[in-house]
Design a protein around this ligand. Sequence first.
Ligand SMILES: Cc1ncc(COP(=O)(O)O)c(C=O)c1O
Length: 421
Amino acid sequence: MISLKTYKLMDQEDPLKHFKKNFFNQKDEIYLDGNSLGKMPRNIPEILGKTINNQWGGKLIRSWNESWLELPNRLSEKYAKLLNSSAKEIVFGESTTVRLYQILLALIQSGNYPDNIITDNLNFPTDLYVIEGLKKQFPRLKINYVKYDNEIEADIDLLKENIKKNPGIICLSLVTYKSCYYYPMKVLNQYAIKHKSIIVWDLSHGVGSVPIDFKESETKIAVGCTYKYMNGGPGSPSFLYIENGLHSLLENPIQGWFGHKNPFDFNPQYKAAENLNHFKNGTPPILSMQAVESGIDLTLKAGILNIRNKSIKQSEIIIMAIKDQLSSLGFKLQSPENISRRGSHISISHPNAWQICQALQRGSKTTPKIIPDFRPPNFIRLGINPLYISFEDLWWVINQLHYIIESKSYFNFNQDKSKVT
Ligand SMILES: Cc1ncc(COP(=O)(O)O)c(C=O)c1O
């Protein structure tokens, strides 16, 4: 068992230790839910205060020309730096669900790919629902749902076999929401290209947690939310990436005025804007877009490789504790063991997972509250955001998991679940 002193020493040597102060932190609370909704950067009230008072309240309509029209482009430039692409290949706005529907529909309508959609049993439910809905709209589509013999890791050979047999459009989450499996992005992109297929990557759990290089990995299309590891706030806008070479081959099925070449000409005929601008739809949600920028700035400043290095160290500590101490108490690792195939959260299961989650959240006079998240039927997800999780935090988590089981304190909590877990 590693001593608390050793954890404190690791914190002292941590190159990212100063980043925590850039977030709004609650006293005596350890937040392990950044893989669902990241913490709020500390300067958000000031930034939104200015937007609300000076721009919305003061300058009103003039703010569009003075700053609001430029805001989405600025976010694109910053994401382009993080993901190695060009700002002209990234647009912000809408939820991930809407963007997924929009891009899958555009790909189907392009006629450039066979009418097959491949996804798998590790993908997030919204991705599966969108695909199921598209099948209703286009009965000719063949949906190929690849089911592995487990819920932790993809069987890449089986996936490839399916792509070879049914080439077309493939939709995968780069880092999966439950087990945190991390796909070999470049290998699969190249395989898809070889088989005249295209992968639409859902990067919701990937951006800000693992290094992603669109050019090096030969990624063609990606979408993702900004409210998890990027700390953009509840309902913050998602992003859509489409590689340059595809811009002229894909039409936006939502012909909105913000995707028009000259929206303020108010021409009754639609004329698509250049680059990826034609995948813009309607008025951008300025308040929530304004809140996204701080999280991107912090991630760029910290450096994604430093974030990944710390995340690896921290998740290995938890995995070691599960193996050495917690498995005898009924906890089971539900994430890949191999770090090169794992993102930045750890899933564990326990028959009393929901009660344990509640006990962790309650804390006590002498122990911090610990906020994990729960996924049915019995998974506890421990989200590691190295920008604000310290090594000492992990000591508390491991010790509290021990204590809750050994003291049977979780018996004090019932099985009823709240709406958002
Ligand atoms: C992998 C993944 N994709 C999509 C979504 C849903 O995104 P949105 O609510 O922005 O549509 C989530 C939400 O947690 C997710 O984890």
